[in-house]
Design a protein around this ligand. Sequence first.
Ligand SMILES: [Mn+2]
Length: 340
Amino acid sequence: MQSNDYQALKQLIEDVSKITIISHKNPDGDAVGSVLALHNVFNNAKIKSNVILPDSFPENYDWLEGSDKIVFFEDNAKRAKEILSKSDLIFCLDFNATGRVGDMKEALEESEAIKIMIDHHPQPETFAKFTLSDTSYSSTSELLYYFLEQIGYDNYIDNHAANCLYTGIVTDTGSFKFASATARTHETTAKLMQKGANNALAQDKIFNEGKENRLRLLGYCLSEKLKIFEELGTAFFSLRKDELSKFNYTKGDTEGVVNYALSIKGINFAAFFTEKEDIISISFRSRGKFSVNEFSRANFNGGGHLNAAGGKSDETLDETINKFISLLSSYKNEINSSND
Ligand SMILES: [Mn+2]
């Protein structure tokens, strides 16, 4: 099958009987939004599908239609494995490598289903038979809209699916602030609103239903934990386990905090280090040309996008931060000229 043979793909979707839709570990708004959008579209087209995620997602997405139907691998591995192994077709949304699904990796790789990847991260692996991968899209949700148009399924996007796609676009573009939000992104968003996406409701649900401890943790990070290296154009935050538990941390509570460091004039590179059970997890963000994808791939076993990437380290929090600081001088020119 040609990778752009959408007619054949549409036929395949309609011919098979077991379709599964999955996304990456620690699902974000784009992951949850895109899988549920496709699930809702298939429902409207009278096509059955299952949705599996490796683990749970932040509560602020549980208003999305179909979120209660998701099977979580971490809670129900047996059932998830069974679904994956019996699938004819597996849609892999918002990830580019089987390693991104965590403990679900083996079950995904072992499944004989035809895999379809729709994703916007650079350097995709080649495990899928059909790969629609384009880094010029703000989000997988935006790219999924394009895909649905190509197979003639955009008419099946109802208000529920539209809200799901809108959520993916809003969260991956920082509410349309990032450079990744192009004219096309806004055009797609307009079409979603015509199909019933409710922007005010969605933004309210996503951003204004937080918990007190999350806001206090943000305050603590901003006032106590921000380190700035002005001459290196870099700032970072870090949180130890004891600090996380003091604020009753749950997954997603520090999402977006790293971006605040980039709001300072002259800061083009930001990082957030979190001490997890047996690993240090890192978020990187940048403004302009400096590639945090390259930086993380080269130094911190991670990757992602030009301006947003993840990383990890097996060393202690202090060792990880020291390594980070010692690397900065060799990137100084790149960082400081990032916005030229
Ligand atoms: Mn995404």
